[in-house]
Design a protein around this ligand. Structure first.
Ligand SMILES: Nc1nc2c(ncn2[C@@H]2O[C@H](COP(=O)(O)OP(=O)(O)OP(=O)(O)O)[C@@H](O)[C@H]2O)c(=O)[nH]1
Length: 277
């Protein structure tokens, strides 16, 4: 039978006492390192969710700290220890505590955590009201530098876009496609992931659903036709919403339309830091 984890840790610590601490050795090159850590580690997480309370998913983490010039290496095993020891639901609000635990454990002054995960929302189809899940790629990025914390949240939101030019010049039909809107926000107050997704979806020609019956398909086709948007319209309309929201300090909004009449995408981006302009 396997020994309990605590016993294994205790005996590992005893083994470690007799080994050279290579990472803790000194370095003489006088070159500090901005970021040293681990990338691409997957870990199950619980996300605080506006609708259902919590959501279980699997996140991919990048974690790093600064390393002063005189130290040879960071203690990389400790990043993994921090992840494994954190058993609370991770929210936009609670992300800072995870970051501060990591910086303390790594005995660093600054550092960052980037966490990306699929986030699921239950959506009711527009006419049949049948419910299904739709997935979104969401990222939390937290940094602590000179003691101050900065947090950005990003959602990649798949939507439908329908071309106003095509609608205008064609005798019938209009080319339309799936687009990826991506909205990255630095916030001062709590903004739920679901709210950010809604802000983006409302600016598209039409939002997407996981499941559509024929009555729903007719509805989304006609809705997009009645609501044509260039890639520029999509980012401008989203920026207008973000401008009005006092919780949003800064943002980057992008849209990439995977054009159905070209083998390339149409793309637009607006970046604004409200504290600077
Ligand atoms: N700094 C650094 N560590 C690496 C590198 N490659 C592997 N390692 C890690 O080094 C780890 C062990 O280092 P530490 O985290 O310092 O382990 P430890 O000294 O037993 O743990 P502590 O007592 O908590 O410091 C291994 O698990 C590897 O993941 C590297 O390029 N740089």
């Amino acid at each position: 039978m396997n020994a309990p984890i605590q016993e294994v840790n205790t005996s590992m610590n005893e083994v470690n006492l007799h080994m050279v601490d290579v990472q803790g050795a000194s370095d003489t090159r006088l070159i500090a390192i901005n970021r040293a850590g681990i990338k691409g580690i997957r870990h199950p997480v619980t996300i605080a969710d506006k609708g259902s309370g919590i959501q279980h998913t699997v996140a991919t983490f990048n974690m790093y700290v600064n390393l002063p010039h005189h130290l040879k290496g960071v203690h990389m095993s400790r990043f993994v220890e921090v992840l494994n020891g954190y058993d609370r639901a991770i929210s936009a609000e609670g992300f800072e505590s995870l970051l501060r635990i990591m910086i303390t454990r790594l005995e660093a002054e600054s550092g960052g955590i980037e966490m990306s995960f699929p986030y699921f929302m239950t959506k009711a189809a527009p006419v049949s009201r049948i419910k299904s899940l739709l997935d979104y790629e969401v990222s939390f990025v937290g940094r602590i530098e000179n003691g101050s914390y900065q947090f950005t949240m990003k959602a990649v939101v798949p939507v439908t876009s329908l071309c106003p030019c095509s609608k205008q010049v064609s005798d019938y039909g209009a080319h339309n496609q799936r687009s990826h809107m991506s909205v990255s926000v630095r916030t001062s107050g709590l903004v739920w992931i679901a709210e950010l997704i809604r802000m983006a979806e409302d600016q598209a020609s039409c939002e997407l659903y996981g499941l559509l019956k024929r009555s729903d398909e007719k509805h989304v086709t006609e809705k997009a036709y009645d609501n044509p948007k260039f890639v520029e319209d999509v980012v401008r309309d989203t920026a207008a919403v973000l401008n009005r929201d006092a919780r949003i300090e800064a943002y980057v909004v992008e849209s990439e339309n995977f054009e159905s009449i070209h083998n390339h995408s149409a793309y637009a981006m607006i970046e604004r830091d409200k504290l600077e302009s």
